[in-house]
Design a protein around this ligand. Structure first.
Ligand code: HEM
Length: 368
């Protein structure tokens, strides 16, 4: 098993297995939709992979924390506005891209993993969920993370790596032999992890580029369809106080303090695929020379505790899409949709204790 080694910039590097644990456990890396998942997971076979089995395995890895998301459990709500610059119109007829369009967004910042009170660390996988509220009741939901590719390309592999990260009752830690066996069976994961390790590392939330990773399809008013992936690219650097101290909520608190002082913004950037670019395999990058279109700006208006904010009751299901954006053939999409639905249904029926991050307390401490 490869240990974490400090890189030259002083930040801890992610070893191969620690990446899997953080993403698998994304999950600590991770309906027509449900139908697709059933097919992909062999729904009708004995021992089949189902969305309930995936969520049961999250619970086996992280425990049951009533009322919280079974993955990305620790979070903070944000209210935001997306202002389109019109550059997306040739790509998609979605109203969110119309020139001059400005739509409200219910956003959520989170940390991957199922532990709602985990201390923030340099190894935390920061994440960002967006729910764009379009005219006429349409919506676009997306949930993004800061790695360039995903470590797995099928729902089965997602579950296998999650299951391999389950703590061994004898040691309280994942069994390295199971992680080794997973890695040996999945060379695509080893390749993806090399790309993830080589990717940039941000200090805080506000200087992070978040990627949607799965491919989608855009259709314009003329009926032309292209494959796309999207990201949000920060306009600001990390705050000076982003350094992690003893504060358990250091990453969130630094964002709250920075947003109280200055506008915090991201550009929404669409990468346009070419024929032959893989749309069904999130472990594979697209060539670096693909056209990138900056389609507008997302501005955070306010940060709100989960217990008072609108994001807690949102399921950031990646298949909630407006006219002009369609899913690709990536099998992760329907699996995500189905698993998020089970996580949502379970947590919605439970009594949730207060969340760890309290924006109002941080602001009071700053005297703002
Ligand atoms: C089969 C693959 C995956 C599974 C099973 C999975 C599972 C989950 C679950 C159960 C949740 C909690 C949902 C809720 O209760 O609302 C979640 C949240 C999330 N996932 Fe995934 N995930 C997968 C892949 C991905 C990928 C590829 C990305 C990034 C592109 C991603 C990013 C996120 C983010 C950012 C959240 C938090 C959204 C929020 O704030 O509510 N996941 N995931």
């Amino acid at each position: 098993m490869q240990d974490d080694q400090p890189p030259s910039d002083g930040a801890p590097a992610l070893g191969k297995f620690s990446i899997l644990l953080r993403l698998g456990a994304i999950g600590a890396v991770l309906a027509a939709a449900a139908g697709g998942f059933a097919y992909a997971g062999g729904w009708f076979s004995p021992g089949a992979l189902t969305q309930n089995k995936i969520i049961d395995t999250f619970q086996a890895v992280d425990g049951v924390h009533e009322g919280f998301r079974r993955n990305h459990a620790k979070g903070l709500c944000a209210s935001a506005t997306f202002a389109s610059n019109g550059a997306g119109v040739p790509l998609s007829k979605a109203s969110v891209f119309a020139a001059g369009a400005s739509v409200p967004v219910i956003a959520r910042f989170s940390i991957a993993g199922g532990q709602p009170y985990a201390a923030d660390s340099a190894m935390s996988v920061k994440s960002f969920g967006l729910r764009f509220l379009l005219p006429g009741g349409e919506e676009w939901r997306t949930a993004m993370i800061p790695i360039p590719v995903f470590p797995v390309n099928t729902p089965e592999a997602f579950w296998e790596q999650l299951d391999a990260s389950r703590p061994d009752p004898a040691t309280g830690k994942p069994d390295p032999a199971k992680m080794q066996a997973f890695a040996a069976k999945h060379p695509e994961t080893a390749k993806a992890i090399e790309l993830i390790k080589a990717g940039p590392r941000s200090a805080g939330f506000s200087d992070t580029t978040f990627h949607g990773l799965n491919a989608f399809r855009f259709t314009n008013a003329g009926g032309q369809t292209v494959a796309v992936r999207w990201s949000v690219v920060p306009e600001q650097a990390a705050p000076a106080n982003a350094a992690l101290g003893t504060d358990k909520n250091a990453l969130f608190d630094a964002l709250i303090r920075q947003q109280a002082q200055q506008p915090v913004k991201w550009r929404l950037v669409v990468t346009v695929g070419q024929p032959g670019d893989p749309t069904n395999d999130a472990t594979l990058p697209w060539p670096a020379d693909r056209q990138q279109v900056d389609v507008g700006t997302l501005t955070i208006n306010s940060l709100v505790d989960e217990d008072d904010g609108d994001c807690t009751s949102v399921n950031y299901d990646p298949l909630v899409l407006p006219d002009g954006i369609q899913p690709s053939d990536d099998p992760l999409l329907s699996a995500r949709s189905a698993a998020y639905s089970v996580s949502y249904t379970r947590r919605a029926g439970e009594t949730k204790p207060p969340s760890a991050v309290t924006a109002s307390d941080v602001r009071k401490g700053e005297g703002s």
